[in-house]
Design a protein around this ligand. Structure first.
Ligand SMILES: [Zn+2]
Length: 335
């Protein structure tokens, strides 16, 4: 009887020990191995919690399909799609970090689901709606054999030498690392072009744009053609008499883009005019040449965030990619 009792106690101790091991070791390991998958997609973008992305799902507009692409290969395809490979290495590296940051923030925000309105199957797409991405097959068709030998390796180098690096603002992953072709000399505050004020998208000087492709584009219309275009675009408005005496730029943003412009009886925004007339930017001056209204624009694009031509100019003047990024994105850290 006594021996049997002893055996029972030993068995009970063994069972309890096994149970404790199970509770303390097996279950937590199981949870940890499942948990990282669930973490991706949560809105927690704190610096220590942002996971390293291995793949990204990309919606391809031409085929209508969603592709799963190795993350850093995707970044190479964006740099190839968004910046000339002849740009300076430090500018290409800055572009790589901006493109990677944007893509990672899209993954963080949407997780496994996509952009509900535009591409529900993927967090990002391959055209200007998100950022332009070209795969090797497309690049071989679009570019020359020479480009594949000289341009592509430069892009690979820019991406590989900044592998995994993204931008943070006050410890959180940057969500909107916007960029444009050239600012015309000064970039814009985000709220002057888009809706909201973003702390790292502030108006800054962009002094190294002398080689930019759209420095002073001249576009002219006859006054009657101009009036017709505006009236067609804003058919609900009554402009009244439109001539050089009734057209006036009322205000400009810090970066120099026209914010308000009077046309006859109506006030429009510079962006309205840019979109209606197909101008390269809303940073324009108006002059008259006999019966024509002449728009002289500076810069190309919305003017918010990094100027690509400005980045190239900074790189030529000896600045590195981190200096370029912290110049155009106020207060960010690169980690
Ligand atoms: Zn998109």
């Amino acid at each position: 009887m006594h021996n049997k009792y002893k055996k029972f106690i030993l068995k009970a101790i063994a069972a309890i020990t096994l149970m404790v091991i199970f509770l303390l070791v097996v279950i937590p390991v199981g949870i940890i191995s499942i948990y990282p998958k669930q973490m991706i997609g949560k809105e927690d973008t704190k610096i220590n919690k942002v996971p390293e992305a291995k793949y990204i799902k990309v919606y391809r507009h031409l085929s209508g399909e969603t592709e799963k692409i190795e993350f850093e290969e995707y970044v190479k395809g964006v740099v190839a799609g968004e910046m000339p490979s002849t740009f300076e290495m430090e500018a290409l590296k800055a572009q790589a970090v901006a493109a990677r940051t944007y893509a990672l923030s899209k993954i963080m925000r949407s997780g496994d689901s996509g952009n509900p309105a535009q591409h529900p199957s993927a967090p990002i797409c391959d055209d200007t709606h998100c950022q332009v991405y070209r795969d090797l097959k497309e690049l071989k068709k679009l570019k020359s054999e020479e480009w594949m030998k000289t341009g592509w390796p430069r892009i690979e180098k820019a991406v590989e030498s900044t592998r995994g690096e993204v931008m943070y603002y006050q410890g959180n992953l940057v969500e909107q690392p916007l960029f444009h072709s050239s600012s015309g000399g000064r970039t814009e505050n985000s709220e002057d072009v888009f809706v909201s004020a973003v702390p790292y998208l502030r108006s800054v000087d962009s002094p190294y744009e002398s080689e930019a492709s759209h420095k002073s584009d001249v576009t002219s219309f006859t006054l009657s053609d101009f009036k017709n275009k505006i009236q067609k675009a804003y058919s609900d408005k009554s402009f009244g008499t439109v001539n050089k005496n009734t057209i006036a730029i009322i205000s400009r943003s810090e970066g120099g883009r026209v914010t308000d412009i009077q046309i006859g009886n109506v006030t429009l925004t510079g962006r309205n005019i840019r979109d209606t007339l197909g101008l390269t930017s809303a940073n324009f001056n108006i002059s008259y040449d006999s019966n024509n209204i002449v728009f002289t624009t500076t810069g190309y694009g919305h003017g918010v965030g990094m100027s690509q031509w400005g980045a190239n100019g900074m790189a030529k003047s000896g600045y590195d990619y981190k200096e370029i990024l912290t110049h155009y994105y106020s207060g960010v850290d690169i980690k």
